[in-house]
Design a protein around this ligand. Structure first.
Ligand code: C2E
Ligand code: MG
Length: 256
C-alpha cells in the first residue's frame, strides 16, 4: 500500500470500526499478581488481515489522523474497563498516547469527556513514549490537566538514564524501560547495569518501574533484584483479546 492509500484506508478504518484492541497483562514482579493491562491497537484490514501498529501509527501521525485514532482507543478501552469494573475485576488500564496530542486542545477536551465514562480515573494510565516527548515542546499544561483528572502518567519506552533525566521535568507515576533494553538486560551485564540504574533513578524520582518485553525467567530474576514494580511480556502473556484474557486469568486462578 502506498502512503496515500494507507492514510485513506486508515481514515475509513476508524469510522468503519476496523480497529480493535488487544490487552497485555501486567503483573507484579514479586507475586505475579495481575495489576493491569496495556491496551494495544490493531487494525483488521479487509484484505490484508491484522496490521500491527508499527505499520500504521506513523502514517496516522503524518496524516493528522492520530487524534481520531486515539479518541477511538481511549473510548474503547474505557468502555471495556467499565465492563470489567461492573464484573468486579479491579484491573488498571493503560493506553498509549503520542506526545503531540498533549498540546492539542481539542484532543484534551475529547479525552476529558471520554474519561467521564470512568468512575475511577486513578486506575487509568496514559503512556507517553520518551522519544515522542523529546520531539515536542514540553506539553506541561496538557500533562497537568490529565493529572488533575486523576489519570496516571507513564514515561514509556525509556532506553537509558539520559532519556529519563531529559523528561524528569514532569512527575511520572511510572517509568517503562523499553523492550530492547529489558530483553538485552537479561543477556548482557552492561544492559543489566543500565536497567538497575534506571530503576534506582525512577524510584528516587518517585516513580514505579514497569518492565516491558519480559521473555524469560532470567530477566524476571534480574527484575526482582532491581526492585522493579511490575512487568509484562511473553513470559507472562502476549497481548490478548478480551475472551482470551478472561480464559488466561481463569486458568491462572484455577492453578493457583
Ligand atoms: P509499547 O507501548 O512499548 O508496547 C509494547 C509492545 O511490545 C507491543 O507491540 C507488544 O505486543 C510487544 N510485546 C509485549 N511483550 C513482548 C515480548 O515479550 N517480546 C516482544 N518481542 N514483544 C513484546 P505492538 O502491539 O506491536 O505495539 C508497538 C508499539 O505501538 C507500542 O509499543 C506503542 O508505542 C504503539 N502503540 C500501540 N497501540 C497504540 C495506541 O493506541 N496509540 C499509540 N499512540 N501508540 C500505540
Ligand atoms: Mg506502551
Amino acid at each position: 500500500m502506498s502512503d496515500t492509500e494507507l492514510q485513506f484506508e486508515l481514515g475509513r478504518a476508524i469510522t468503519e470500526n476496523e480497529l480493535f484492541l488487544q490487552y497485555q497483562p501486567r503483573v507484579l514482579v514479586t507475586t505475579r499478581e495481575l495489576r493491569g493491562v496495556e491496551a494495544l491497537v490493531r487494525w483488521h484490514h479487509r484484505t490484508r488481515g491484522v496490521v500491527p501498529p508499527a505499520e500504521f501509527i506513523a502514517a496516522a501521525e503524518r496524516s493528522g489522523l492520530m487524534r481520531d485514532l486515539e479518541a477511538w482507543v481511549i473510548r474503547e478501552a474505557m468502555l471495556q474497563a467499565a465492563v470489567w469494573q461492573r464484573d468486579g475485576a479491579r484491573v488498571g488500564v493503560s493506553v498509549n498516547i503520542t506526545a503531540p496530542l498533549l498540546a492539542d486542545e481539542s484532543f484534551l477536551r475529547l479525552a476529558e469527556r471520554t474519561m467521564k465514562i470512568q468512575r475511577d480515573p486513578g486506575t487509568v494510565t496514559f503512556e507517553v513514549a520518551a522519544t515522542s516527548l523529546a520531539a515536542v515542546e514540553r506539553p506541561i499544561a496538557g500533562l497537568a490537566r490529565l493529572r488533575e483528572r486523576g489519570i496516571r502518567l507513564a514515561l514509556d519506552d525509556v532506553t537509558g538514564l539520559d532519556e529519563l533525566e531529559a523528561s524528569s521535568w514532569n512527575r511520572w507515576d511510572y517509568v517503562k524501560p523499553g523492550r530492547g533494553l529489558v530483553t538485552e538486560a537479561g543477556r548482557s551485564d552492561a544492559a543489566g547495569a543500565t536497567l538497575r540504574a534506571l530503576v534506582a533513578r525512577a524510584t528516587e524520582l518517585g516513580a514505579r518501574t514497569q518492565a516491558v518485553g519480559v521473555e524469560d525467567e532470567a530477566t524476571i530474576a534480574l527484575l526482582l533484584e532491581t526492585g522493579a514494580y511490575s512487568m509484562q511480556g511473553y513470559a507472562i502473556a502476549a497481548p490478548l483479546g478480551v475472551k482470551e484474557l478472561w480464559s488466561w486469568s481463569e486458568g491462572r486462578r484455577r492453578s493457583a
